[in-house]
Design a protein around this ligand. Structure first.
Ligand code: HEM
Length: 498
């Protein structure tokens, strides 16, 4: 019976695959000469085209399009339909309510939280160093992941889930995220098919079950807290002893603001989805970027030394956000990491109406020069974030090198990049640009500041063995040990002044 189901399923998948290729072919040819003749990469497989290469190779080389429905279904499985997935007027309404909670003044008040959590990690590493006899070998990605999870839970809900301390291992929220964090590091056909053909999601699968569980736990948790906050705000419950306003409190308050018309307000379900979005978008992204920062510094000891000198010149362990922002070399290092290692190497859009796309470089087709192409409504477009961040025509011949000094003398071409931070597209730009970029940058600066003043980092494996997971978010992994999941082994030594 199982065999028959599996054979029918395989046939169905192959049929849907061929049907889609045929549709794509008709679609491309109907766009006319210009679109049809734009050069694309050679296709190594008749059935899957360049899909495998899309996941496994450096995206600087790709110009492939994703199906938006696939991305939406995949992301919605975990976060529901918060700001990340809504569009048009609905999206503007959601951003209007959520924006104030990410304003610079609000983000600034989390500085103390960032430093407290970074110091907690610093002390945990000190214990590891002591236990392991002077030099600790640790998976820094997993520690940074725990730290950023603690930070976002406290910032979002005002609750400490104790991921770093391991005190509350049975906490439901922490367990749910731990399940989701058991990420894929190998290419396999079934998840890919499920991604491209959302209809296949009706068949149960382990990853979907984990996502659904996390979604439910986050929803229940946020639901209870929303009711509490609403009762606090309308006066029917005494206010809790908040050290600082958390996102949820700010969001509920902003949503009850008299200036926002009742029709414009978010429903409780909308707020729950916003909480899920912020929890999910706001922790692993930061942990991954921090891991790549440690990787770059460990690979370039001279740069690590120079940065440490700058950080150790500060007299206090608890700088203000302004003091952190004034650290010039720290800023250059972070800009360089963010440019070279965007967590999301590409993103997808689909044209909502017929449009004309101007080309940066005109193309010559059959002797005719085209400086723009016409894109009909519903054309999928890939925004090649990594490709643009490393484009040699924009950044110069050393675009692939880690060179923080470049930020003191940036080529004019690089300043034409439209990103919201650091002249790169890592946080994207436009209406869907990352809402939490200030939060992320401040958290990363506070963490690097704290860790690098105390420790010297060295790679705990050969640099050639470090790879990127073939997932939507590019985590570090060990190429020789994909089964152990995302990781970045490093050697940690207490820093001793020479
Ligand atoms: C280094 C860390 C981070 C990176 C690289 C990053 C990157 C991004 C990118 C590329 C997008 C756009 C995705 C798309 O539309 O395709 C995005 C959206 C978003 N990010 Fe971040 N993010 C980071 C940290 C954070 C943090 C800390 C938060 C919250 C505390 C956050 C909250 C969001 C939200 C809510 C959106 C959806 C915005 C919208 O669609 O209007 N992100 N982020």
């Amino acid at each position: 019976m199982l065999l028959i189901i599996s054979a029918s399923l395989t046939c169905a998948v192959i049929f849907v695959g061929i049907y889609n290729l045929w549709l794509a072919r008709i679609r491309v040819s109907s766009y006319g000469d210009v679109f049809y003749q734009l050069p694309g990469p050679a296709s190594p497989s008749l059935l899957f085209g360049v899909a495998r290469q899309f996941w496994t190779t450096d995206p600087t080389e790709q110009h492939e399009a994703w199906k938006p429905l696939a991305v939406r279904t995949f992301v919605a499985e975990m976060v529901g339909t918060g700001t990340l997935l809504s569009e048009g007027a609905n999206h503007r309404r959601q951003r209007r309510v959520v924006n104030p909670t990410f304003a610079p003044a609000q983000t600034r008040q989390f500085t103390e939280l960032f430093l407290v959590k970074a110091c907690q990690l610093r002390d945990i590493l000190a214990l590891e160093v002591a236990v392991q006899g002077g030099v600790a070998r640790v998976d820094i990605y997993s520690w940074l992941h725990k730290m950023s999870l603690d930070v976002i839970c406290e910032a979002a809900f005002g609750c400490n889930i104790g991921a770093l301390s391991g005190e509350r291992q049975s906490n439901e929220l922490f367990d749910a995220f731990r399940l989701v964090a058991q990420q894929v590091t190998r290419m396999s056909i079934w998840p890919m098919l499920r991604f491209f053909f959302p209809v296949l999601r009706v068949f149960p699968e382990e990853q979907s079950r984990r996502f659904a569980r996390a979604r439910q736990v986050m929803g229940d948790f946020a639901g209870k807290r929303i009711k509490e906050k609403q009762r606090e705000l309308d006066g029917s419950k005494p206010k809790g002893p908040h050290r600082r306003g958390d996102f949820l409190a700010m969001l509920v308050e902003a949503n009850m603001d008299q200036k926002i018309a009742v029709m414009q307000r978010l429903s409780d379900q909308n707020i729950i989805d916003e909480c899920r979005t912020i929890l999910t978008a706001g922790h692993d992204t930061t942990a991954i970027t921090l891991s790549w920062t440690i990787y770059c510094l460990a690979k370039h000891p001279e740069i690590q030394r120079q940065l440490r000198n700058e950080l150790r010149a500060i007299a206090t362990d608890s700088p203000t956000m302004d003091e952190l922002a004034a650290l010039h070399y720290l800023d250059c290092v972070l800009r360089e990491v963010v440019r070279l290692y965007p967590v999301l190497p590409s993103s997808l859009r689909i044209t909502s109406e017929d449009t004309v796309l101007p080309l940066g470089e005109p193309i010559n087709i059959n002797g005719e020069i085209h400086d723009r192409i016409w894109l009909p409504r519903n054309t999928p477009i890939v925004i090649p974030i990594l490709a643009l961040n490393r484009d040699k025509t924009l950044w110069g011949d050393d675009a692939f090198d880690f060179r923080p000094d470049r930020w003191d003398n940036l080529p004019k071409t690089a300043s034409t990049m439209p990103g919201i931070w650091g002249n790169s597209l890592t946080f994207l730009s436009g209406p869907h640009a990352c809402i939490g970029y200030r939060f992320a940058i401040n958290e990363m600066k506070a963490t690097i500041f704290t860790l690098l003043r105390t420790y010297d980092f060295e790679l705990g494996l050969s640099a050639d063995d470090v790879g990127q997971t073939p997932t939507m978010l590019r985590r570090p992994m060990r190429l020789s040990d994909p089964d152990s999941g995302p990781q970045l082994p490093v050697l940690v030594r207490p820093y001793r002044a020479e």
